[in-house]
Write a protein that binds this ligand. Structure first.
Ligand code: ADP
Length: 551
């Protein structure tokens, strides 16, 4: 029998276009399908995607044979399975889109049932050899089964509509979650667009008899497959080290495919050499980039791990800190009552309530009283610190005169100052009556602490309490001619337990808690405390600010 090769004549002009338009999407889909499958958790969603890429590639290859082969047995054989493959990949895609948009692990039974029902007639017809009717040798074309063609169109339209419905439902459901919503919109629109291009081009080419429209439409495929891949990655189906690294790798793959194609399609040896050389150079750079990206990813992973450990440690530390504050608080409360008894009895004994105190006992009694006083301050400081740290410090706001309070405290401390041989001065330049809205008791504690410190840390000279005001604040400067503070100590003076070396070595009793508590209190009332000293031995100036009430 003579073999008339009509196919060679009829398809000749589109051969290279057919090759390019089919092979590129096939390779891209297969690689991405494999890639996603290889690096993912292999959930049903991923399996559906991989199956879709396989079916699609099978369809593309069969279609390529139908376009390209000059053996009409081959053309006939592959042509006959095209519709079945076509319906299959639409239905698989539909199931995939459902799992993606609904964020389910697998498609529901009803959808699987509908999918099987839809595909069964096509598969049966194809298996029975009824998908094509006869071979038209002159045109190298199969005469397709019209009923099947219409049915296929129906399935395609149904799939497109369902994709739209699934998408719309998911968008509506996740409307408030911008990330999911945008992802769903991208996925739905790109899927519908792709399916419409695919079905539409088929429909138009049949209607107009211009079949190369089909070939051009296929170029939309790689882009669509890429979008699907990125959607899967976005949904964190991947367990791979890092997304950005994955993207880089994917782009590199795509580049290699396109470069490979350019090489295959080079017209002459020179073009081949130039393309080859540029491909080698770019590939080299690409690999270098990938390597540095991997290193960066590994480093980031390590940092992330460290950050998590640190976070855990931090939580534990906070817990410990809380427990410590609770312990201090309980312990201090327990110390307070016996101390009150000790101080009370000591003072009664000094006052002679239990008879006259012998001369010899006067000094020890005075020491008992002083130590008791110091211990009471200490306990108060501990309690205040634990209250501040637990966020339990209560403030009782009310209006009072700051000038009056400051002058009273200064007066009260005159005896102490005199005992130290110091001059304690008070000067006010406040124009109004100095009314502030704050906790009176706490403000008194703050002022007392700072003025008392000035007396404590000054050996000779004076302490001046100078109160004045700015537009928004009352300012109280406590200036002394005392031991001064070095710049290194100044910066951390308001931290807990900070004491200057000079203070400790001068045998002046203290805990290093007073200023911490005072500043916390001042800040909680809208004010602040700052310190300035020119250095050790050069005196200090503490500045307390309190906000003026707004008129
Ligand atoms: P304490 O006086 O109990 O040690 P404070 O928190 O009140 O604790 O003060 C912290 C430290 O700040 C003091 O130990 C001292 O070194 C330094 N300091 C505070 N006031 C003065 C001052 N007027 N002059 C010099 N140093 C001071």
């Amino acid at each position: 029998m003579e073999f008339i090769n009509t196919c060679l004549i009829t398809t000749g002009e589109f051969r290279s276009l057919a090759l390019y338009s089919h092979l590129l999407p096939t390779i891209v889909s297969l690689i991405l399908g494999f890639f996603v499958y290889r690096f993912s958790d292999r959930s049903v969603k991923v399996r559906l995607f991989a199956l879709f890429t396989i079916l699609l590639s099978a369809w593309l290859l069969s279609d390529l044979v139908a376009w390209h082969s000059d053996n009409y047995y081959a053309v006939g054989a592959f042509w006959s399975i095209l519709d079945a493959l076509n319906v299959l990949f639409y239905v698989v895609l539909l199931n995939f889109i459902y799992t993606m948009t609904a964020q389910k692990s697998c498609p529901p039974i009803w959808l699987v049932g509908v999918s099987i029902l839809i595909t069964l007639p096509v598969i049966t017809l194809t298996a029975a050899g009824l998908s094509v009717l006869y071979f038209d040798e002159t045109n190298c074309e199969m005469s397709t089964n019209e009923v099947l063609a219409k049915y296929k169109l129906l399935v395609e339209a149904f799939s497109i509509a369902m994709v739209g419905l699934f998408g719309a439902h998911a968008i509506f459901k996740n409307f408030r979650d911008a990330r999911t919503r945008n992802r769903t919109i991208t996925l739905t629109i790109s899927s519908m667009l792709f399916l419409c291009i695919f079905t539409g081009s088929e429909y138009i080419s049949t209607a107009t008899d211009i079949y190369e429209i089909n070939l051009y439409a296929l170029f939309a495929l790689p882009v669509y497959i890429l979008i699907l891949t990125f959607s899967i990655i976005e949904q964190k189906t991947f367990n791979i080290v890092s997304d950005s690294f994955l993207y880089a790798k994917l782009l590199f793959f795509i580049f290699m495919i396109v470069a490979g194609f350019n090489l295959v399609l080079a017209d002459d040896i020179y073009e081949f050499m130039i393309t080859g050389a540029s491909t080698i150079v770019t590939t080299g750079f690409g690999m270098l980039l990938l390597r540095s990206a991997r290193r960066e990813v590994e480093q980031r992973e390590q940092i992330e791990k460290l950050a998590t450990t640190l976070e855990h440690t931090n939580i534990k530390l906070k817990e410990l800190d809380k427990q410590k504050s609770e312990f201090v608080s309980i312990a201090s409360h327990q110390l307070r009552s016996p101390l009150t008894a000790i101080r009370g009895y000591a003072s009664m004994m000094q006052e002679g309530s239990f008879g006259a105190v012998p001369e010899k006992l006067a000094e020890p009694m005075r020491r008992i009283e002083e130590s008791g006083k110091f211990m009471a301050t200490l306990i108060d400081d501990f309690l205040n610190v634990s209250r501040i740290e637990a966020g339990n410090m209560k403030y009782d706001f009310g209006e009072f005169s700051l000038t009056e309070l400051a002058s009273t405290i200064t007066n009260d401390l005159q005896t102490d100052a005199l005992n130290h041989g110091l001059l304690l001065l008070y000067r006010s330049e406040v124009t109004a009556n100095g009314i502030v809205n704050a906790d009176r008791g706490k403000t008194q504690q703050v002022l007392h602490n700072v003025i008392n410190n000035a007396i404590k840390y000054t050996k000779k000279g004076s302490v001046t309490v100078y109160i004045h005001n700015t537009q928004a604040h009352y300012v109280i400067d406590i200036i002394d001619t005392g031991i001064g503070i070095s710049p290194e100590t100044s910066v951390k003076l308001f931290e807990k337990f900070t004491r200057a070396k000079l203070a400790s070595s001068s045998n002046i009793a203290g805990t290093g808690l007073g200023l911490f508590v005072a500043r916390e209190m001042a800040r909680a009332m809208g004010g602040d405390i700052t310190v300035y000293s020119e250095g050790e031995g050069k005196g200090s100036k503490f500045t307390i600010t309190m906000p003026r009430p707004k008129k």
